[in-house]
Design a protein around this ligand. Structure first.
Ligand code: ADP
Length: 165
């Protein structure tokens, strides 16, 4: 049974992330979307449990996708599986340097671990969680950027709500 791990901070999950998760779910038997607690920047918009809950809600329609969280090194997390593959999205050349470096380091820590990349869909190449957070701060229309199920929460949080836990 093939297993993919899609890691990220998902603060919040965007349509770009969801596009990668959906495409990965068509290729692999099982997909674990892993919200990394330590990957988020200094002041996250959403707590790790809020991020996990939002990812669960927007991926509920995919039968082979599950959501988990980890506060540690991805390469260590992957050791619990025999044949897991990390799948990440590549937006532009700017992602490449960083992703190349992370893939090499992960392989040094866990030599059995392979990393594969899916190129971002053209319409999401520019999209990042940080851009969503910034737009939300201005009350912008987010319908082209995040799943509709979470638009209201993202806008409400950006307009001054506090992160719970
Ligand atoms: P962000 O950079 O938006 O904060 P994450 O750190 O959560 O996102 O990224 C997790 C993974 O999702 C990374 O592999 C990243 O390249 C990928 N990703 C993020 N946004 C997109 C997008 N718009 N299209 C494709 N892949 C993406």
């Amino acid at each position: 049974m093939s297993l993919a791990i899609c890691p990220g901070s998902f603060d919040p999950i965007t349509l770009g992330h969801l596009n990668i998760i959906r495409r990965t779910s068509r290729i692999f038997d099982r997909v674990v979307v892993l919200a990394m607690a330590n990957a988020s920047k200094s002041r996250p918009m959403f707590s790790i449990s809020e991020r996990v809950e939002m990812i669960r809600r927007v991926t509920a329609c995919y039968g082979n996708v599950e959501v988990s969280t980890f506060d540690g090194l991805l390469a260590e997390y992957a050791k619990q599986y025999d044949d897991a593959v990390i799948v990440k999205g590549l937006r532009a050349s700017t992602d490449f340097e960083n992703e190349f470096q992370m893939a090499q380091i992960n392989k040094m820590i866990n030599p059995a671990l392979e990393t594969m990349f899916l190129t971002s869909s053209e319409k999401y190449t520019f999209l990042s969680s940080s851009m969503v957070r910034e737009l939300a701060g201005y009350g912008a229309d987010l319908s082209e950027f995040v799943p509709r199920e979470i638009i209201d929460e993202v806008l409400a949080r950006a307009q001054g709500g506090k992160c719970n836990g």
